[in-house]
Design a protein around this ligand. Structure first.
Ligand code: CP
Ligand code: NVA
Length: 303
């Protein structure tokens, strides 16, 4: 049976631990120049309905370093851009490639693709989740703190895709997560309940200060996600006071570190001083997309 990765909860705790260990090994091998062509002869189709820098580059380079091949497919240039059904694209692409990664506006598109593909499907960001980002974030936290279980993590900002995957991940990692978002942009209660039902330690709090209190890790994301462009002004007004800045970090643990999936907007969700400063793990986090996704690809394709 093929295994998909549409949600961070599509892997078990044990699988997450294995991916982290494999990612660390693949990272060491790359740095040491040790070849690791574990996916020789395999191909990954990468379907993008939206823009991407990190997801596109890291998956393409990752497949290359694993001895395989990746195809960049802009959805507009595929026949789905002219109305071909996603299920037919799934069936046909499955005859050519070993796996499919898709970045889509609607999560239902990702699910539809996965249900009709006979090869593993990876969610490269939907409106509901960004599970690949979480693999990199957890790897970055583990690298820096030497552990993940028991750490306090604060989410400050929009309660959407990246936030959802972070909250759900607490059921796997044992990290304690406090979430603060402005009124109207809070995380959906069902997601918090789902994480809690699976053993995740998640609380919804009112202010960024409450969220970051004693936190080891502070995570934020853009106020204007892809697809939200029409609401720019409304969102900028609503998110006022939710900037991750030095004053906010004074409420956190003294050894706190900051994550941001990028792209960032200095002066909006995060200040330049924080993003470019000593508490930022953002550049390691971006690099770790590569190592974590290579480990994921090997796990899905070498079962
Ligand atoms: N963090 C992330 O997914 O970045 P891209 O949108 O550049 O892929
Ligand atoms: N929340 C952002 C993440 C980008 C990687 C978006 O959906 O645009």
């Amino acid at each position: 049976m093929k295994k998909d990765f549409l949600s961070i909860l599509d892997i078990t705790k044990t699988e997450l631990d294995e991916i982290l260990i494999d990612a660390e090994r693949l990272k060491r091998q790359k740095k040491a120049g040790v070849p690791h062509e574990l996916l020789r002869g395999m191909s990954l189709a990468m379907i993008f309905e939206k823009s991407s820098t990190r997801t596109h580059i890291s998956f393409e380079v990752g497949m290359h370093e694993l001895g395989g091949h990746a195809l960049f497919l802009n959805a507009k240039d595929l026949q789905i851009g002219r109305g071909e059904e996603i299920r037919d694209t799934a069936r046909v692409a499955s005859r050519y490639v070993s796996a499919i990664m898709i970045r889509a506006y609607r999560h239902s598109t990702v699910v539809d693709l996965a249900e009709n593909a006979t090869v593993p499907v990876i969610n490269g960001l939907s409106d509901i989740e960004h599970p690949c980002q979480l693999l990199a974030d957890i790897l970055t936290i583990k690298e820096h703190f030497g552990k993940v279980r028991g750490l306090k993590v604060a989410w400050v900002g929009d309660g959407n895709n990246v936030c959802n995957s972070l909250v759900l991940s607490s059921a796997l990692t044992g990290m304690e997560i406090a979430v603060a978002g402005p009124k109207g942009y809070e995380i959906a209660p069902e997601l918090v309940e789902k994480a809690q039902a699976l053993g995740g330690r998640v609380t919804r709090v009112k202010t960024p200060q409450d969220a970051v209190k004693d936190a080891h890790v502070i995570v934020t994301d853009t106020w204007i996600s892809m697809g939200d462009e029409a609401e720019q002004e409304k969102r900028r007004a609503a998110f006022k006071g939710f900037t991750v800045n030095d004053a906010l970090l004074r409420h956190a643990s003294p050894d706190a570190r900051v994550l941001h999936c990028l792209p960032a907007h200095r002066g909006e969700e995060i200040t330049g001083d924080v993003l470019d400063g000593p508490k930022s793990l953002v550049w390691d986090e971006a690099e770790n997309r590569l190592h974590a996704q290579k480990a994921l690809l090997v796990k899905l394709l070498k079962r």
